[in-house]
Write a protein that binds this ligand. Structure first.
Ligand SMILES: Nc1nc2c(c(=O)[nH]1)N[C@H]1C(S)=C(S)[C@@H](COP(=O)(O)O)O[C@H]1N2
Ligand SMILES: [Mo]
Length: 199
């Protein structure tokens, strides 16, 4: 929307302006999972994108590892009000994974091993805004934080960053995921404090 600062995506906010409304900063990295941590074997792991015409594109773990990775330092904002600054990740950009996919879809429903889902506009996964992240702070991503791989989409509340990510379902019409069905906001912009439906 017409909020002037939204135009300056690449520019770091001054540190006193890095905390979205209603958030507090923590040095911890809390674990928030709606169920048990699924055990995901790299040998059988797949990341799949299924389009609205049921066209499927899949990557094995070794295919993902063969793609160029990006290092990205991000501030994380959880809807339970903690924010963590300067978290260092490595992953593959969704721009790369979605590059050759032919779609008219405007929405994505993200699916995880274990059954978790979350929805977001497809455009929020593009233009250097989202990664399939598999390393954190120089190490393989720990299972409790979503290893072997999770979605990282740091400009939205962290519930959109699906842990144990398994794939994307591309949709012409938006469909709510797990927390969105339970009353959380469809989009979840921390800077507009979009915590719940109607915010
Ligand atoms: N698969 C899956 N992904 C998930 C969740 C979950 O329960 N299952 N919780 C979400 C929520 S609410 C948050 S705040 C973050 C927490 O990530 P962390 O445990 O690495 O801090 O993961 C998000 N991704
Ligand atoms: Mo969360």
């Amino acid at each position: 929307m017409a909020i002037v600062s939204r135009g300056f995506q690449g520019r770091r906010r001054p540190s006193d302006h890095r905390l979205p409304p209603g958030q507090y900063e923590t040095p911890d990295f809390p674990v928030l999972s709606a169920g048990p941590t699924p055990r995901v074997d790299r040998d059988t792991w797949r990341f799949s994108v299924v389009t609205e015409t049921a066209e499927r594109h899949s990557w094995t773990w070794s295919e993902l590892m063969a793609l160029p990775a990006e290092d990205r330092v991000a501030d994380l904002h959880c809807v339970t009000k903690w924010s963590k600054f300067d978290t260092p990740w490595r992953g593959v950009s969704l721009d790369l994974l979605l590059r050759d996919i032919d779609t008219e879809a405007e929405f994505a429903l993200v699916h995880s091993y274990g059954g978790y889902t979350t929805n977001l506009p497809l455009k929020d996964l593009l233009d250097g805004q989202a990664w399939i992240a598999y390393r954190y702070d120089g190490r393989d991503l720990a299972p409790e934080h979503g290893g072997p791989a999770r979605l990282l989409v740091p400009h939205l509340y962290l519930w959109k960053s699906a842990k144990w990510v398994r794939g994307l379902q591309l949709l012409v019409q938006d469909e709510p995921g797990f927390w969105e069905t339970a009353g959380y906001h469809d989009y979840g912009d921390p800077w507009r404090e979009q915590r719940y439906q109607g915010d």
